[in-house]
Design a protein around this ligand. Sequence first.
Ligand code: NAP
Length: 302
Amino acid sequence: MSLLNNKKRILITGASGLLGYFWINKMFKEFEIILVAHQRQLNYKNLKSIQIDLFSFDEIVKQIKKLNIHIVINLAGISNVEKCENYPDLAFAVNQKLASIVAKACSTTNTKLIHISTDHLFGNENKLFTENDIPILVNNYAKSKYLGECEVLRENPKALVCRTNFFGKGPKHRVSISDWIINDLTNNEIINLFDDVCFSPIIGSKVPEYAHKLLDLGASGIYNISADDVISKYKFGEYIANAFNLSQRLINKSSIKERKDLTKRPLCMGLSNKKASLILNQSFGKVIDHVALLYEHTKSRI
Ligand SMILES: NC(=O)c1ccc[n+]([C@@H]2O[C@H](COP(=O)([O-])OP(=O)(O)OC[C@H]3O[C@@H](n4cnc5c(N)ncnc54)[C@H](OP(=O)(O)O)[C@@H]3O)[C@@H](O)[C@H]2O)c1
């Protein structure tokens, strides 16, 4: 396949997921995007989608060469914590094995790779965790994603691995945490948000923006892409309610300790973005700034 224009060609796995949606919408003007479909059909006008068995090293290598791919973005994953706990074989197959095969195929073909990891790798201390902090892996999602990172970098030391957590207006079939809060508050429904679980989420469109900038600067290894601060899920709900002029009174402060039915989760998932923001020479902004961006994006679409 020859280049029809001067745009670089990127291959996105996990394209039907939430981050796939943000990546495509942010980057479709800059790159020629080819999507890898899995179970869900992809219906993007003007974008080519193909089926590749991502467990087949030979098939990935063949397609990368045939399509003349410059960058692979690996977003394929089992992101549901409960599913990972209930189906460990599936979690480790996709989050670890598949990631490792994709990384090896990129290394063999000398193709750049951005692999997306998670903020779910730490424990209970209320802080912003750096790339050098030692992980505390409390469930199968955390274990499989961490082993995925390790294998990606073992197979392909030039790969860029981004740990992140994101929100934004997702597609109809895959709502984000902010969609869920906005929808329920708009419908006057009471919601419970944990006051003892902290994170540093960023608006989804910034993940591809920062990741590609890091790649352009030749970054490899692990980089956190997150907001500047760490806040509770309850506070996040308050920020959303304020920005969208919805009732804060519908938000109940709750504790994860009361949810014995849930798989064990880390209490603090804050990520320090210092390493990435230093190399990019820009600050990423606080969670409240990203919520304001979400409001602006939503308003401009009405
Ligand atoms: N969502 C979050 O809040 C969050 C936070 C931190 C990190 N992350 C990480 O970010 C990445 C993307 O997350 P997301 O929320 O966009 O995930 P998602 O919405 O759950 O989507 C997962 C994607 O992976 C694909 N997939 C699953 N199994 C596959 C397989 N065997 N072969 C090929 N593709 C497969 C799915 O395709 P089908 O739908 O067709 O099955 C889907 O496109 C994941 O690695 C996740 O761990 C997510």
